[in-house]
Design a protein around this ligand. Structure first.
Ligand code: HEM
Length: 152
C-alpha cells in the first residue's frame, strides 16, 4: 500500500491540477482571441462609417454639374484611407482556415473599390469630372457587391 501511495497522489492531485492549468490557459487564450475579433469588428465599423460620411459628400458634389476637382479630391482621399485600412479587417464569419477563399474574394472587392476611387481621383486631377463621376459610380457598385455578399 505504501508503494502505491505516490501513484495515488499523482492520479488524485497532479493530474487534475495539470488539467485545470491547461484548461485555464486555453480559456484565457480564447478570451484574448474573442477580444481581438471584437476590436477588429469595431475598427471595421469605424472605417465603414468614415466611408459613409465621405461618399455622402461625394454624392452631393458629383450631383452638382459645376463641381470642381478640389470639391471631390479630399473626400476621395478619405475613402482611399478607409478602404486601405478596412481591407485587412474581416467580419468574424470570414475567420478560420476554411474561409481563405472567401477572405481573398472579400479583399478583392475592397481592392476594386479602392482602385475605382483612385481612378476617380486621377480623372479629377486631369480635370475630367465626367470620368471621375463614372469611376465614383464604380465605387458604389463595389460597395453593393461587398455588402450583398458579406454584410449581414
Ligand atoms: C463606398 C464604399 C462603402 C461604403 C460607403 C460602405 C458603408 C458601410 C456602412 C455605412 C456600414 C454600416 C456600419 C455600421 O455598422 O454602422 C458598412 C458595413 C459593412 N461593410 Fe461597407 N461600405 C463600403 C464598401 C464596402 C466594401 C467594398 C465591403 C467588402 C468588400 C464592405 C463590407 C462591409 C461589411 C462586412 C460591413 C459590416 C460590418 C459590421 O459587421 O459591422 N463595405 N459599410
Amino acid at each position: 500500500m505504501k508503494r502505491l501511495l505516490p501513484l495515488i497522489l499523482i492520479i488524485c492531485v497532479a493530474f487534475p491540477l495539470v488539467a485545470w492549468t491547461n484548461s485555464s490557459a486555453f480559456s484565457q487564450e480564447s478570451t484574448q482571441e474573442e477580444k481581438k475579433h471584437d476590436d477588429e469588428h469595431e475598427e471595421l465599423e469605424k472605417e465603414m462609417k468614415r466611408l459613409k460620411r465621405a461618399t455622402r459628400r461625394l454624392k452631393n458634389s458629383y450631383r452638382n454639374e459645376k463641381a470642381k476637382p478640389e470639391d471631390v479630391l479630399p473626400n476621395l482621399r478619405k475613402c482611399q484611407k478607409a478602404l486601405l485600412t478596412a481591407k485587412v479587417l474581416f467580419p468574424s464569419e470570414l475567420k478560420g482556415d476554411k474561409n481563405v477563399k472567401k477572405r481573398n474574394d472579400y479583399q478583392t472587392i475592397m481592392i476594386d473599390c479602392l482602385m475605382a476611387s483612385l481612378k476617380a481621383e486621377k480623372a479629377a486631377l486631369a480635370g475630367d469630372m465626367k470620368a471621375s463621376a463614372k469611376a465614383f459610380k464604380e465605387m458604389l457598385s463595389n460597395q453593393k457587391s461587398g455588402h450583398d455578399k458579406y454584410r449581414e
